[in-house]
Ligand binder design. Structure first.
Ligand code: CP
Ligand code: NVA
Length: 307
């Protein structure tokens, strides 16, 4: 890792991701340990969460550490108290902070003022913990990463898509993203991903045609059409994204043995049909479980210099 924090996938190199995956696989087999005994993790969340909160809390406990959860109402980040002050106070109590904020700037400010490491537990811009555990799931299911093709169908401008395109292209995967006009991966992120891909041997395709993206893909991925904080846009977005639903018909264009992934929570009948989500191709619950194993690997790397 380039610094003490994990705020973006761009903080990592391919070698870090490979080590995180290998350690996660080992820790998944090992179960509980006392590696992080005497360490404390604060979870500072401005938005709701099931997977990220519980996987981080259980990861810390399974490694012998302690966690404290601070809900949006408790801290009032930037309202009751300024972000720099919260960062400096929390750093006196705990050894690491995981924060879920609306603006990405809140987390970069938090990290700048914190004297302990900060993990991005999702911001409007990125969801690096999700992308890392997704690569673990793909590696487990397919036995490799480089050379595989991942098709992301839906909102290419959201946090999950952004972290996923960066992580996949670092690891030599081909990333094809299909989004409606105005909701694609930003030019800046495409350029970054293309830079990674030119070194790793991956290929990046951005299109508005879901069929083009999915044809022959090994992994099909989607996420909600309106992310947390975009609730007011949910209705108009259903209209904009209506041709981007992952259906059984669309899945039939993918490679034989292709897997379906979704970071969850999912909205059956909108971004994905219920039959695809419940099909044998769907690995969404293994994917959710792997959040735990990757969080353990990440905490071990950041707190114990593991790997
Ligand atoms: N996938 C994910 O991050 O889920 P939560 O929002 O429930 O944490
Ligand atoms: N893009 C979604 C991911 C939820 C885990 C959101 O930000 O709401």
């Amino acid at each position: 890792m380039s610094g003490k924090d994990l705020l973006s996938i761009a903080d990592l190199e391919a070698q870090d991701i490979s080590s995180l995956i290998q350690d996660a696989i080992r820790m998944k087999a090992e179960g509980w340990s006392s590696l992080l005994g005497g360490k404390g993790l604060a979870l500072l969340f401005e938005k709701p969460s099931l997977r990220t909160r519980v996987s981080l809390e259980m990861a810390m406990r399974q490694l012998g550490g302690e966690t404290i959860y601070l809900s949006p109402a408790e801290v009032g980040l930037g309202e009751r108290e300024s972000v720099p002050d919260v960062a400096r106070v929390l750093s006196r109590y705990v050894d690491i902070i995981a924060a879920r904020t609306f603006s990405h700037q809140s987390i970069t400010t938090l990290a700048r003022y914190a004297t302990v490491p900060v993990i991005n537990a999702l911001t409007d811009l990125e969801h690096p913990c999700q992308a890392l555990s997704d690569l673990l799931t793909i590696y487990e299911k397919k036995g490799s990463l480089a050379g595989l093709s991942l098709a992301f169908i839906g909102d290419g401008s959201n946090n999950v898509a952004r972290s996923l395109i960066l992580a996949s292209s670092l690891m030599g995967m081909n990333f094809r993203v299909a989004s409606p006009a105005g909701y694609g991966v930003s030019r800046e992120v495409l350029e970054m991903a293309q830079g990674y891909a030119s070194l790793s041997g991956g290929k990046i395709v951005s299109t508005d045609d879901p069929r083009l993206a999915i044809e022959g893909a090994d992994v099909i991925y989607t996420d909600v059409w309106a992310s947390m904080g975009q609730e007011a846009e949910a209705k108009p977005r259903r209209q904009v994204f209506r041709h981007y639903q992952v259906t059984a018909k669309l899945m039939s264009l993918a490679e034989t043995g292709a897997i379906f992934m979704h970071c969850l929570p999912a909205h059956r009948g909108w971004e994905v049909t219920g039959d695809v989500l419940e099909s044998p191709q769907s690995v969404v619950f293994d994917q959710a479980e792997n959040r735990l194993h990757m969080q353990k690997s990440l905490l071990a790397m950041m707190l114990a210099g593991y790997h």
